[in-house]
Design a protein around this ligand. Structure first.
Ligand SMILES: Cc1cc2nc3c(=O)[nH]c(=O)nc-3n(C[C@H](O)[C@H](O)[C@H](O)COP(=O)(O)OP(=O)(O)OC[C@H]3O[C@@H](n4cnc5c(N)ncnc54)[C@H](O)[C@@H]3O)c2cc1C
Length: 206
């Protein structure tokens, strides 16, 4: 890549990482809220001010005492994920980029808070900190599964400021990752827009 473009890429900013736990459970999670017993994904935070405080702490480089926890319970909908009557589940919380702090206790305290008896169901657990996440997939720099901080400054300028951030200075080479707009968490829209950019390109059409 030409030096000017490289310099812009080098200024790209990464956001918080995640600490993730995978579980094997002897039964479904005993959520107090009935709706959560039927949800594929549960966002656990308590009140809005609690969630805001937890996320603010992480953005300030601290570990939240009561983290905002994202829980996915796939086996409720796909029985092939676990032996009959048993369940799989994973949960993660945000942590400062590059953190190696073990947040298992904090995550489990949050789940237990809204589903008393959860801990008794745990048959096995596997934890992954930010460093291990990056080893598994080098795209998760510092454990940032969003592939770059997604704030106002870097929402439409990811990874560089130009009319089509999907194009690169190299003809026929496009970026389609979550490091392009609109970023991670939107299920493939970056790839869709990158494909549109490529289809409009005279290089491809010609
Ligand atoms: C636990 C978890 C939950 C998530 N939940 C959601 C969700 O609910 N909704 C949502 O929209 N997003 C979610 N995400 C985020 C989403 O997975 C990512 O935003 C998305 O996968 C990023 O896509 P990508 O194409 O940028 O990169 P990736 O899907 O990470 O693909 C990059 C690929 O490049 C490979 N690679 C990296 N470096 C190299 C190298 N140097 N050489 C060769 N190959 C390399 C990697 O192995 C990988 O296959 C979640 C992520 C995680 C980890």
């Amino acid at each position: 890549m030409p030096p000017g473009y490289r310099r812009q890429l080098e200024g790209y900013r990464y956001g918080p990482g995640v600490f993730k736990v995978d579980y094997a459970l002897s039964g479904p999670v005993p959520w107090q809220a009935e709706a959560c017993r039927h949800a594929g994904t549960v966002h656990l935070g308590g009140t809005l001010p609690e969630i805001a405080a937890a996320e603010r702490a992480v953005h300030q480089g601290q570990h939240a005492e009561r983290p905002f926890v994202l829980v996915a319970q796939q086996s409720l909908f796909d029985p092939s994920r676990a032996p009959a009557g048993q369940h799989t589940l994973w949960a993660y919380c945000h942590v400062p980029n590059g953190s190696t702090v073990d947040c298992t206790a904090a995550i489990e305290a949050q789940i237990e808070r809204f589903a008393p008896g959860f801990r008794d169901l745990v048959l096995a657990r596997r934890t992954t900190n930010t460093v291990e996440l990056e080893t598994y997939n080098p795209n998760y720099v510092g454990g940032d599964i969003n592939n770059g901080v997604q704030d106002l400054r870097q929402l439409w300028t990811r990874p560089t400021l130009q009319r089509s951030p999907y194009s690169t200075p190299l003809p026929g080479v496009y970026l389609c990752s979550s490091a392009t707009p609109p970023g991670g968490g939107v299920h493939g829209m970056c790839g869709y827009h990158a494909a549109q950019a490529a289809l409009k390109s005279p290089t491809i059409i010609g």
